[in-house]
Design a protein around this ligand. Structure first.
Ligand code: GLY
Length: 395
């Protein structure tokens, strides 16, 4: 016969994960984010310097509008407005969104999706402000100038070291802007560019275990020249944020096309990430799944935030089999919202999350806040907030 105390312990152990997952209080998280970002706003009266991270000496690291991350701050301000409905966030979001408008004609970067769709796309979704639409349409055309139809992909970097016509997995994130612009303008070419890029990436970027290379270099005509890394531990390693970009990117591909091959790819990437033996129990990965000194390596909160946001969309597409994705995403959010990753008020140069890694092999941005970690954290919180109200997603 089972003793009463044994039974009680057994029930407590069973209930623990469920109980723990209920601790995520979205209201409280946004209240904190509002206080912290009010300080970040106050330290940035000049909208030509965009909050980005922390320097090695602990000082604030700002960037100009042409930096790939400069649209995330405006995007996060829109998420604050979306949750709080407070007009002061709308005004701030509009100001920081319009400060990015000059990048719409920038054809020197593949990152226009990040730079424009995060601020202007969210702004247009929430307000239908007619001033935002032409910026997004022009930005999509600018991005598409980087597509070579004979190779079939959008070029990532113009010239960076040894890379020839490089395409990085991150570039999957810029396709959402093309889909939006194709729908709005009727320009089917933009749609086709996105499909071609995603199909070539599907063919060339993934290893048999479904982890992705960071950089694939192409010859004219589309032949793959090399598969390399730039920010990962090694050419053959699985750079954590790269896996997150791919997961998010193919989830968007499925949303936009309903082609099951993209859903299957997103699920394969999610399964690689979630089942990896080097994924810590709190589900915040090391900066590279194959970093050489695990467990003595930095975690990357940004990879977890992006992954959580992606999983909270992916879990809506696969029926009951997607429940593990939802649970994993909630666990990631819960970890990020804990004191282990979330800053205290007024600390961390007023960013929300600590412990991200920009580019360890380049000795850049190691164990720091990063503005995009905050953006995807807020996005994931909003997605969680919408889902948890539905009976199918009650834990
Ligand atoms: N290259 C964009 C990133 O660091 O994820």
């Amino acid at each position: 016969m089972i003793r009463k105390t044994t039974l009680l312990w057994f029930l407590l152990v069973l209930a623990a994960p469920v109980y723990a997952q209920k601790q995520l209080d979205v209201q409280k998280e946004f209240a904190f984010a509002a206080q912290q970002y009010k300080r970040l706003l106050d330290t940035h009266p000049d909208k030509s310097r965009f909050p980005h991270s922390t320097n090695p000496d602990g000082s604030l690291r700002d960037k100009p509008s042409e930096w790939w991350c400069s649209g995330f701050f405006g995007g996060s301000l829109w998420y604050l407005y979306e949750f709080t409905k407070d007009e002061k966030w709308k005004t701030a979001a509009d100001n920081w969104t319009m400060a990015m408008a000059k990048e719409q004609t920038n054809t020197g970067t593949h990152d226009l999706g990040f730079m424009l769709y995060c601020p202007f796309g969210n702004g247009y979704r929430l307000t239908q402000n007619p001033a935002y639409r032409p910026v997004l349409l022009t930005g999509a055309q600018s991005l598409s100038t980087r597509f070579d139809p004979t190779i079939g992909v959008i070029k990532s970097w113009n010239s960076l070291g040894e890379y020839t016509y490089p395409v990085i997995i991150d570039n999957m994130m810029n396709l959402e802007l093309l889909f939006w612009a194709a729908r709005q303008s009727g320009d089917k070419r933009l749609y086709n560019v996105a499909i071609s890029h995603a199909d070539s990436t599907l063919k060339n970027h993934f290893r048999p275990d479904q982890s992705s290379y960071h950089v694939v270099c192409y010859a004219p005509g589309g032949k793959v020249l090399k598969r390399q890394t730039h920010q990962g531990a090694a050419d053959e390693s699985a750079w954590a944020r790269g896996q997150a970009w791919g997961l998010y990117g193919y989830t968007v591909m499925y949303r936009e096309t309903k082609d099951p091959k993209y859903l299957a790819q997103a699920q394969r990437i999610a399964d690689f990430y979630l089942n990896h033996p080097n994924l810590p129990a709190d589900k915040v990965p090391y900066w590279d799944f194959n970093a050489p000194n695990i467990p003595n390596e930095e975690r990357d909160a940004s990879a977890a935030a992006i992954t959580a946001a992606a999983l909270l969309e992916l879990c809506t597409y696969g029926g009951a089999s997607s429940q593990p994705y939802y649970r994993a995403a909630v666990q990631m959010l819960q970890s990020l919202a804990s004191p282990a990753y979330k800053a205290k008020l007024g600390e961390n140069n007023n960013f929300l999350l600590k412990h991200s890694v920009g580019a360890k092999p380049l000795k850049s941005e190691i164990n720091v806040p990063l503005v995009y970690a905050d953006y995807y954290y807020l996005e994931a919180l909003l997605r969680y907030d919408a889902l948890r109200k539905q009976p199918a997603y009650r834990l």
